[in-house]
Design a protein around this ligand. Structure first.
Ligand code: ADP
Ligand code: ADP
Length: 231
C-alpha cells in the first residue's frame, strides 16, 4: 500500500453556497483500511473522487505515497488507485471481461495475462467465468454489476483501493463472502483501502480505523472499531 494524506482539503462545487468538503486533514497509513461513515451528503464521495483526481479540490492538497496527486501521471494514477462505486459504473458497450480489462490494457499487459487475470478476478468475486465474461452490463443484476466493478478496481493490483459503498446492492450472503475476501486480500497484499459504507457492522468488521464524518466531512471521530464502540 501507499499512505494517503489529506491536507486542508476543500471542495466547493460551482454555484454551491457552501463547501461539500471543508478543510479536512487526515493521514491514512500505508496498508491501513479506513472506513468513512457519515450522513448522506457529508462529502464522502467527493473526497474519494478528489483522491482519485476525478474532480479537482478548490483548496488544499492530497499526497499518495508522499507524492502530490497533481504530479502523478494520469495513467500511473489509474494503476496506483483502484476505484469501485455503488452504481458499478460499468461501460455499457463493453463486456464484463472488457470492463475488467480496462486498466491492465491501458498499462500494456499482454492478452494472455489479461485473460487469465479476468478469469481469476471473476472467480474471486464469485461469478462463473464461462457464463459471465462475455455478458454486457445490462444482462447483469445490480449486485452482479457491483461485483464486476470490484473486480475491475482490483484488476491491475493497485496499492490503493477507494471503495464507495461497493457492496450496497449485493445480496447479504455474497456480501459476507466479499467482505471476507477483502479481509483475506488485505492480509496478503496490504493495500491501503478507503471504504465508504452506511452499514455500521460492515465498518466494524472491515476497518482498522473508522472515520465518523459530519457535514462537510468534518471529522467527528477517527479511531479503531474498539475505541468507537466503547465511546
Ligand atoms: P456523500 O458521498 O457523503 O453522500 P457527496 O460527496 O456525494 O456526499 O456530496 C456532498 C455535497 O456536495 C452534497 O451536498 C451534494 O449535494 C453536493 N454535490 C455532490 N456532487 C455535486 C456536483 N457535481 N455539483 C454540485 N454539488 C454536488
Ligand atoms: P477491443 O475490441 O476494445 O480492443 P478486446 O476484444 O481486445 O477489446 O478485449 C479487451 C480485453 O479484454 C482483451 O485484452 C482481452 O484479453 C479481454 N477479453 C475480451 N474478451 C474476453 C473474454 N471473453 N474472456 C477473457 N478476456 C477477454
Amino acid at each position: 500500500g501507499a499512505s494517503i494524506e489529506l491536507e486542508n482539503l476543500s471542495k466547493q462545487y460551482p454555484g454551491s453556497p457552501q463547501p461539500a468538503v471543508d478543510d479536512v486533514n487526515m493521514e491514512i497509513k500505508a496498508g491501513e483500511v479506513v472506513i468513512f461513515v457519515g450522513p448522506s451528503g457529508c462529502g464522502k464521495s467527493t473526497t474519494l473522487k478528489m483522491i482519485n483526481r476525478l474532480i479537482e479540490p478548490t483548496g488544499g492538497r492530497i499526497r499518495i505515497g508522499g507524492e502530490d496527486v497533481t504530479d502523478i501521471d494520469p495513467v500511473k494514477l489509474r494503476r496506483k488507485v483502484g476505484y469501485a462505486i455503488q452504481s458499478a459504473g460499468l461501460f455499457p458497450h463493453m463486456t464484463v471481461a472488457q470492463n475488467i480489462a480496462l486498466v491492465p490494457k491501458m498499462i500494456g499487459w499482454s492478452k494472455t495475462r489479461i485473460t487469465s487475470r479476468v478469469e481469476e478476478l471473476l472467480d474471486l468475486v464469485g461469478l462463473d467465468v464461462g457464463e459471465f465474461r462475455g455478458r454486457y452490463p445490462r444482462q447483469l443484476s445490480g449486485g452482479q454489476q457491483q461485483r464486476v466493478g470490484v473486480a475491475r478496481a482490483l484488476a491491475a493490483d493497485p496499492p490503493v483501493l477507494l471503495m464507495d459503498e461497493p457492496f450496497g446492492a449485493v445480496d447479504p450472503i455474497t456480501r459476507d463472502h466479499l467482505q471476507d475476501e477483502l479481509i483475506r486480500l488485505q492480509h496478503e497484499l496490504h493495500k491501503t483501502i478507503v471504504f465508504v459504507t452506511h452499514d455500521f457492522d460492515e465498518a466494524i468488521k472491515l476497518g482498522d480505523r473508522i472515520a465518523v464524518l459530519r457535514e462537510q466531512s468534518h471529522i467527528a471521530q477517527f479511531d479503531t472499531p474498539e475505541a468507537i464502540l466503547t465511546n
